[in-house]
Design a protein around this ligand. Sequence first.
Ligand SMILES: Cc1ncc(COP(=O)(O)O)c(C=O)c1O
Length: 451
Amino acid sequence: MKFNIIKMELLLLIIILSIINIKSLKLPFKNPFSGSSSLDNNVASTTQNEYDSSVMNTYGRYTLTVSHGKGCKLYDIAGNEYMDFTAGIATCCLGHAHPALIDAVTKQIQKVHHTSNLYFIPEQASLASWLTKNSCLDKAFFCNSGAEANEGAIKLARKYAHTKLNIDYPIIITAINSFHGRTLTAITATGQPKYQKDFGPLTPGFEYVTYNDVNELKEKVKSIQQMGGGKGLAAILMEPLQGEGGIRPATNEYFKTIRELCDQTGALMMVDEVQTGMGRTGKLWGYENFNVEPDVLTSAKALGGGVPIGSMLCKNKCNVFGPGDHATTYGGNPLACAAGLAVAKTFEEQNILKNVVARGEQFRTLAKQLQKKMPDLISDVRGFGLINGIEINEASKVTAADITKALLAAKVLVVPAGPTVVRFVPPLIISEAEIAEVINRFETALVSLKK
Ligand SMILES: Cc1ncc(COP(=O)(O)O)c(C=O)c1O
């Protein structure tokens, strides 16, 4: 009898201990992929609770928990289907669950996925070779994100200025309303005070100009050249189209002027192609829209089709990094490069650029027809290829955020680019019917919001 009571007590103790253990282990939330629809609400609220208790509150999220994707569509955990015109913020250029990407990363992870740059990585060499053959640049450095690619470019420009231009205090010009990422130096390069607030002191050596204002740029370059004290112009860093800054394409004249000023001063022309790169504008690189060649180019987002990878490319003349100058543990790892190679191969085999040009024209034509119908609501339609913005008339009092929410309810995913511009960056494999469908739902959403 006594023995039985001890056994019972032991059993109870084990149960209590295992409950405590499970709690303290914080088991991962239920996998939404395996949830049946009756569990969906539980999954959503568990996820929300775990975010509230465990994830830093740095993002304003929409109430949507994605279960899976296919092509240009995403599905939430309740089974609702969404047209994805966000594409992971212009990253998933081949859409979701693309067979070429699945095949490449599956095969690569079965072979080897990471070794570090202590050793040669054939996939990195092949991707560098493809990128340099398909651009005006000669050498590639690989990293993991857009901000990191820009950090690399800024370091390269500074070393180039110190070692080739004899400048002690290098200055880099960027544009007001630009966006270059969220590291400390990338927010300094970003000409938007809202991203810099509370993070000072910022990195020194940046000057800002109004985007597309040729005269202001010329004046700024002149004033930097006259500063003295070892100061001098190291580089001009610009986006071919300002993405986060409201989908504003550069003008031909502006890019031509940047090239001329860099040629005159010896400074580097650097283009941030993190959002415009890899086909988004209808050309492989955004700079190709302007008939000029940059000295440095940064890329990320679509480069790996949604698998994290970044790259900084440069011309031989400014290939000034040597061993130890710059590095990142994961940079150019076999898995990410295999993804990049799959994207590159698919671009070639399926002539993705042709689709981008055709679908982009279709989008802008339909959006402009809508603008004619609703001039009180739509004030502008602009973009290149499949990076387009529809600007909402401020007087209408309807904001890009209002439209984004209304479109979410209409099962279309978009992301604002500033307070008045709705950004449309679908996968580059988008079809004619899908574009038409989204414009229809956009029109319905606008009508419903008219105040
Ligand atoms: C033009 C541009 N540069 C840099 C970045 C930063 O890239 P990441 O978020 O991968 O660091 C972005 C991101 O939106 C971008 O659009």
